[in-house]
Design a protein. Structure first.
Length: 119
């Protein structure tokens, strides 16, 4: 998981560099947005990472708050793994696992509502 996130962040950083040096544009809206005209739950994530790469942290947090938090936690996990050679492992009961899953679903729905209201 950490490798995937690190690769994604690296690709976005390369995209920002290419955009700034060659003037090429970022990719268009996501397929969900093109089909429905509304943002998907992760819409704004690429622009959020671009904002982070440009040092605009507050702007990044507004683009997609949930993915901002997820990206921050993932970056922390990468640092923990690379710098300290440690992994974060959570052991929970089945009930706690269901509660976490429910909380995540609610967080996605609240974030999606936010994105729909921001358009």
């Amino acid at each position: 998981m950490c490798v995937v996130i690190a690769a994604y962040l690296g690709l976005v950083a390369v995209g920002v560099w290419m955009e700034s040096t060659s003037g090429c544009q970022s990719p268009g809206p996501c397929l969900f947005r093109r089909v429905t005209g509304h943002p998907c739950p992760t819409c704004g994530t690429t622009r959020m990472v671009v904002s982070i790469c440009r040092g605009r942290i507050a702007e990044a947090a507004v683009r997609n708050p949930l993915m901002f938090v997820v990206t921050a936690l993932a970056a922390g996990a990468v640092v923990l793994r690379v710098v300290f050679a440690r992994r974060l492992v959570l052991h929970t009961s089945a009930l706690a696992g269901r509660a976490v899953a429910a909380a995540l679903i609610i967080a996605v729905l609240v974030n999606w509502t936010y994105l729909l209201c921001m358009e």
